[in-house]
Design a protein around this ligand. Structure first.
Ligand code: SR1
Ligand code: MG
Length: 405
């Protein structure tokens, strides 16, 4: 069925995209703009517009009515553009320095005009190249603590919270996650991409009843726990960085869900990079130093998140029980457990599922790639099954050093 919104929708082109920025009066003459389509994600068009005289530039991101990664055979709601726009607005209320500036949004054409972040690089590419971003842990810890606390029941009036849940219902994009993260990788599903060499290893995972039981519990949590407004897809491809700046982009999967999902997605993609560095960094001292950096980032992320979230609960919380010793603390223990479990699911799906990661797939030495994928799968399964046993960030760091180094 075609919705009214889809009837007035047209995909923008290199030529027509100029007209959508004209009314902003940001550029002197839109006819002079140099325009290119630079989208390399799975779902959208991303146009880069630049005035060659002044070097002023903007990004126009437009949702397509299907998933670009698969093609027109996979229709996908345009509502995600509005969800992304609203989510960026919400994040800008509490962490404006950690998200791109948004200039305009059109619901019918499903585009958003935003700050050009070409001075930054995508974190995944930066990490694969072995570059360090020292502020990243503090930034992602702050981003998660501030966005998640301020949209949780610890802060919001129950009526406001329910309205938030309603405003951010995102059933189609949630279904993608429910399938691609929490279901398909645990079964012999045709969305998976599994080479013949690792298939026998994966078949053993599919026979692991305990793994499936625990993955099912995590999927049920994702389906039912409306704890806070999540980014919903916080992997290293959704983060732009420089040495001292971090910008979180692409919250089109935003919805009100379990807090550990955002932290778990970030941690999982960090772990995948940690593993892959065995192939990317040749010198053992470089490898050791980079892995130490990644562990420091994971520690700083969790500690910044937990410290700020707890402090906010005690000082700004409207939840009647917040001041009772142990209430916020035990909630954070639950979030930690969930973080590990969700990280495990993300590691598994990024290794054998539909949307895999360049960290592993760019490794040219096939036997090394196969070995690292098997290590990743073992690590993911361990996190899912043992999430209740890895008590804190220190135990997690010790486990990574012992099992993945
Ligand atoms: C069909 S979309 C595949 C993946 O790309 C997005 O970035 C999400 O991670 C999704 O799971
Ligand atoms: Mg994305």
């Amino acid at each position: 069925m075609t919705t009214a919104q889809e009837r007035s929708y047209q995909a923008l082109t290199i030529d027509t995209v100029r007209s959508v920025v004209e009314q902003l009066q940001y550029f002197e003459d839109v006819k002079q703009l140099e325009v290119s389509e630079i989208g390399d994600g799975n779902l959208n068009y991303v146009f880069h517009l630049q005035d060659p005289k002044t070097s002023k530039s903007l990004i126009v991101k437009q949702a397509l009515p299907y998933a670009k990664v698969v093609g027109e055979s996979w229709p996908l709601t345009l509502d995600r553009a509005k969800i992304e726009y609203l989510s960026l607005q919400k994040a800008a209320e509490v962490v404006p320095e950690l998200v791109p500036v948004v200039y305009d949004h059109d619901q019918d054409l499903a585009y958003t005009v935003m700050e050009d972040l070409s001075s930054h690089v995508i974190l995944r590419s930066g990490w694969i190249a072995g570059n360090k971003y020292p502020e990243l842990g503090k930034h992602i810890g702050t981003y998660t603590a501030q966005t998640l606390f301020h949209t949780s029941d610890f802060y919001l009036h129950p009526f406001t919270k329910k309205a938030l849940v309603k405003d951010f219902l995102n059933p189609e994009l949630c279904k993608i996650t429910e399938d691609l993260v929490f279901t398909d990788p645990f079964f012999d599903h045709d969305t998976n991409e599994i080479s013949d060499e690792i298939r026998p290893f994966v078949v053993k995972l599919w026979q692991d009843e305990e793994l499936k039981r625990e993955a099912a519990k995590l999927k049920l949590q994702f389906l039912t726990e409306a704890e806070a407004l999540l980014h919903g897809d916080l992997h290293s491809g959704s983060i732009f960085v420089t040495k001292d700046s971090t910008k979180v982009i692409d919250p089109e999967f935003a919805f009100v869900g379990p807090i550990g999902f955002d932290l778990g997605s970030f941690l999982a993609n960090l772990l995948l990079n940690y593993l892959s560095q065995e192939a990317h960094l040749q010198k053992s001292e470089d490898l050791q130093a980079f892995r130490k950096y990644l562990l420091d980032i994971s520690q700083q992320t969790w500690e910044t998140f937990a410290t700020q979230f707890l402090e906010l609960c005690k000082t700004k919380g409207h939840f009647t029980f917040s001041s009772i010793e142990g209430v916020a603390e035990s909630f954070l223990e639950k979030v930690w457990r969930d973080t590990l479990g969700f990280a495990g699911c993300e590691v598994v799906r990024r290794t054998i599922g539909l949307a895999q990661v360049a960290d592993l797939n760019s490794i040219e030495d096939a036997p090394v790639q196969i070995d690292l994928k098997q290590k990743a799968l073992t690590a993911g399964a361990t996190l899912i099954k043992n999430r209740g046993k890895v008590k804190d960030i220190h135990a997690f760091l010790a486990w990574v050093e012992e099992s993945l180094t």
